[in-house]
Design a protein around this ligand. Structure first.
Ligand code: SF4
Length: 426
């Protein structure tokens, strides 16, 4: 039996489809690991490989994030027309099960570990159900090793992605992590993580956790175990890391070279409205300095378009980023993803103006902001990116190149190229 696992390609002209942002999908290598050995499995990441619709598998499974839904549905429809049963899974089908079902034989909701073996067993008995819903959140002990050998290795700069925790102890209005994982924060045994790392390529590692320091005692145990491995690593973390000097010190000693941190806004009112009231804007500068003093670079994230934002937000955020020397930054337009309270509120207020899922890539305005027009928000967002990845700002932010200067110089150059190509704004 042949199984084809598919990641649809990003919409034409999307930033996230550019090589500088390309990561292999752990979701697909994990599905492959959960599949028994008697299946012949292939993985196609459409961003790097082409689908061949003349070579039909027995079963196709497509993992879908919201901006990829349109393409995912096109692929599903094409296979079903040729008689190949299709299963859809991932965050978008989990949140939009009825919409997804119109393009699939079965929709798998929640974590793959809990539902995938059942899907395969029902398929073999020709008894595929319409919906599969994980009954609970899975335990993270002894997860199967993702089958990275099925990836087209040369298509990626970097394949060392690994997960140590799932979920996040916070619950921000705009984020679907908590809708997906509930208010659970689960951790993998450190020993399992170290074993998996032993089977990965040499070189830097990216922990794809939503918040690697969500449970400080676990993070410390993990970081201690990483010290002898002598690896460089990157991950996402909440700013709460600065509340614990020992944690920060262990992160640095274990090889942390960069953290992706969601600052989101410079307005305390916005943060409160987002459900991030524990984060204090007044503490940002000192917290950034503290992380930098440990030699750890920061890739910040800011969201534009909250109800408190007017046009002054764009130059204000840029000034702040340059003053605090953030090594890299991702801007997002506030996006009402399915499963978020932000979406519920905007739907209630009838402020969603675009329902094309391809535009839900955090770079397009799909709702009516309160203190700007949609055009002003889009123009301000583009302007901020243009300034941020102009050479003047890059040098200003990175100088004097103390923290992994080469890495961040390359990263900034990559981001600059990606923006130039996608929006043609540089
Ligand atoms: S802290 Fe980050 S991962 Fe956690 S809920 Fe907020 S946005 Fe999502």
């Amino acid at each position: 039996m042949r199984l084809l696992l598919i990641a649809p390609k990003w919409p034409e002209g999307s930033l996230w489809g550019q090589i500088y942002f390309r990561f292999p999908y752990l979701a697909l290598t994990t599905l492959a690991a959960l599949t028994s050995d008697d299946w012949d499995i292939s993985i196609i990441d459409e961003n790097v490989d082409s689908l061949d619709f003349s070579d039909l598998p027995d079963l196709a499974a497509i993992s879908i994030m919201t901006p990829l839904a349109k393409r995912g549905y096109e692929i599903a429809d094409a296979y079903r027309e040729k008689g190949v049963p299709v299963v859809l899974g991932g965050i978008h089908p989990t949140m939009m099960k009825d919409e997804s079902k119109t393009h699939a034989d079965a929709v798998a909701m929640g974590e793959a570990e809990e539902v995938w073996p059942q899907v395969l067993s029902d398929f073999r008995r020709s008894d595929l159900k319409s919906f599969y819903k994980a009954p609970d959140f899975c335990r993270l002990e002894q997860l199967p090793m993702p089958k990275r050998d099925l990836l087209n290795r040369h298509a990626y700069f970097f394949v060392n992605t690994i997960q140590t925790t799932r979920g996040c102890p916070f619950d921000c209005e705009f984020c679907s992590v908590t809708s997906l994982y509930g208010r659970t924060y689960r951790v993998r045994p450190v020993e399992d993580v170290i074993n998996e790392m032993g089977q990965m390529e040499r070189g830097s590692v990216f922990f794809v956790d939503d918040n690697i320091v969500g449970k400080p005692s676990y993070a410390k145990e993990l970081f201690r175990a990483l010290i002898p491995l002598n690896v460089k690593w990157f991950s996402q973390a909440s700013l709460s890391i600065v509340k614990d000097r020992e944690l920060l010190d262990l992160a640095q000693r274990s090889g942390c070279r960069g953290l992706f941190i969601g600052f989101e806004s410079l307005s305390q009112e916005s943060l409160n409205a987002m459900g991030k009231s524990l984060t204090r804007v007044d503490d940002y500068k000192e917290a950034i300095k503290m992380i930098h003093d440990y030699g750890i670079g920061i890739q910040g994230s800011f969201i534009f378009g909250t109800d408190q934002d007017d046009q002054s937000i764009f130059p204000d955020v840029l000034r702040f980023i340059e003053k605090t020397h953030l090594e890299a930054v991702l801007f997002s337009v506030l996006t009402p993803f399915p499963g978020t309270r932000t979406r519920e509120a905007l739907l209630r207020e009838n402020r969603i103006i675009d329902t094309d899922w391809e535009k839900y890539d955090m770079n397009h305005v799909v709702f009516r902001p309160k203190k700007m027009t949609p055009r002003q928000l889009q123009d301000g967002f583009n302007w901020a990116y243009k300034r941020l990845y102009g050479y003047r700002s890059i040098v200003k932010r990175l100088f004097p190149f103390r923290r992994s200067g080469l890495f961040y110089s390359i990263q900034n150059y990559g981001f600059r190229q990606a923006w130039k190509k996608t929006l043609g704004i540089l």
